[in-house]
Design a protein around this ligand. Structure first.
Ligand code: NDP
Length: 420
């Protein structure tokens, strides 16, 4: 490892104690760009790495809200505006009890590189709150979202910072937040993406991250004169990314045999019934255990275990650090050929190194899940023009963007290996 990379990582650790996810993301990126640093010694003179690891701005704020019984709750909100070199800050809002500054900083840091890969004019940012929407009534979620936006609105704007969805933040939450923003600012502008179709949302945004992940892997498979047809695919998670990755993989002839949530996982040897999964997860807000009850050949188990099932392609689509070293060993033992990240940083650093050393193609989320933010960029363009493109128009642009990202990543990987 170069002493410059080492020094910056050590100083980042000293300045950011108790932020393990952020340090992990910084280490992963800095190690991987060493070949570029070796060719460009001037980057060190310009303190490029020191600038990249320091957010431009961090906002932390109180979010008080009242539940249905009249009890007051107080959560902590965040917006990390990491880097605006290429355009307005852009990145999602995560609502999950695990949210803390380390997690939001790691996500904001990764977002810089992902957004630049799309070649759209977007900087990197991320935000969220340690609020758990699970088990809350619509009215409680609405009061929380309104309170959250009552502070966030002063830090964002269509040309400043454009948040979107992430874990726990879907169309319902974005709708409540957008309504509050409009009320406070008296402006109908593209300040949030992931909006409902009737008030400025883009067709194909819901599908974009999952579809984009599959388009990316498809580009890789083409280079091997191969395709999804007949492949066994293991997917973790059962949220937005997981569902649409499963749908597109099966459309292309694969069989998706696993999915999960934070309580347990399922193995459906008949292949996931996508419409049933959507009904349970998107409409009824149920669990994967409810899905298993309605399928004769589907096994449900509590806890984790998705990566123990034999597959050709593994797609972690739930959350950070969900694919551990022992999972990587199981995947290798079972003949898995490709691991492509749908979630952000789902693979631990040691598991990543193991997969790469075992000759398994490892595709990092910064490239493979960029379809979501790319389509958010397309939603921003439509909002600026006051136009709505068709599903097929957006889907085609998404496919083109994923193809370009694959080509950029592929040629960078070859350059790093000294092949070109
Ligand atoms: P959702 O909230 O729609 O779904 C998340 C899924 O992961 C759910 O099945 C959830 O289970 C599961 N999950 C969440 N936390 C944990 C945990 N700690 N342990 C086990 N399972 C967990 O989120 P998304 O699908 O939108 O996001 C998934 C990942 O993809 C995240 O890493 C996100 O940052 C990333 N991503 C999302 C994009 C998007 O456009 N949505 C874009 C790019 C990246 P449960 O229901 O039990 O909580």
């Amino acid at each position: 490892m170069s002493s410059y990379v080492n020094d910056v990582i050590e100083r980042t650790k000293e300045k950011n104690p108790a932020q393990p996810e952020f340090i992990q993301a910084v280490s992963e990126v800095l190690y991987s760009i060493e070949p570029a640093l070796n060719i460009h010694p001037e980057y060190k003179d310009a303190a490029l790495l020191e600038r990249i690891v320091e957010p431009e701005r961090v906002v932390m704020f109180r979010v008080p809200w009242v539940d249905d019984s009249g009890k007051v709750h107080v959560n902590r909100g965040y917006r990390v505006q990491f880097n605006s070199a290429l355009g307005p800050y852009k990145g999602g809002l995560r609502l999950h009890p695990s949210v803390n500054l380390s997690i939001i900083k790691f996500l904001g840091f990764e977002q810089i590189f992902k957004n630049s890969l799309t070649t759209l004019p977007m900087g990197g940012g991320k935000g969220g709150c340690d609020f758990d929407p699970k088990g809350k009534s619509d009215a409680e979620v609405m009061r929380f979202c309104q309170s959250f936006m009552s502070e966030l609105f002063r830090h964002i704007g269509a040309d400043t910072d454009v948040p979107a969805g992430d874990i726990g933040t879907g169309a319902r939450e974005i709708g409540y937040m957008y309504g509050q923003y409009k009320k406070l600012k008296n402006e109908f502008v593209g300040v949030l993406t992931g909006k409902g179709i009737s008030f400025g949302g883009s067709l194909a945004r819901t599908q974009a991250t999952g579809f984009g992940l599959i388009y990316f892997v498809q580009e890789y498979l083409k280079t091997q004169k191969d395709s999804f047809d007949g492949k066994r695919v293991c997917i973790s998670g059962s949220g937005n990314v997981a569902i649409y990755a499963a749908q597109k993989a099966q459309d292309l002839g694969a069989k998706v045999v696993t999915m999960s949530d934070s309580t347990g996982w399922i193995n459906d040897e008949d292949g996931i019934d996508i419409e049933l999964m959507k009904q349970i997860k998107e409409v009824e807000r149920g669990r994967v255990s409810d899905y298993a009850k309605q399928r004769s050949n589907c096994k449900y188990q509590d806890g984790r275990g998705v990566w123990s099932v034999k597959c050709d392609i593994a797609l972690p689509c739930a959350t950070q650090n969900e694919l551990l070293i022992d999972d990587a060993k199981d995947l290798a033992k079972n003949g898995c050929k490709v691991v492509a990240e749908g979630a952000n940083m789902p693979t631990t650093l040691d598991a990543t190194e193991f997969l790469q050393s075992a000759g398994i193609i490892f595709i990092p989320g910064k490239a493979s899940n960029a379809g979501g933010v790319a389509t958010s960029g397309l939603e921003m363009s439509q909002n600026s023009e006051r136009l709505s493109w068709t599903f097929e128009q957006v889907n085609q642009k998404l496919q083109g963007i994923m193809r370009n990202i694959f080509e950029a990543a592929d040629s960078a990987a070859m350059m790093a290996q000294g092949i070109v």
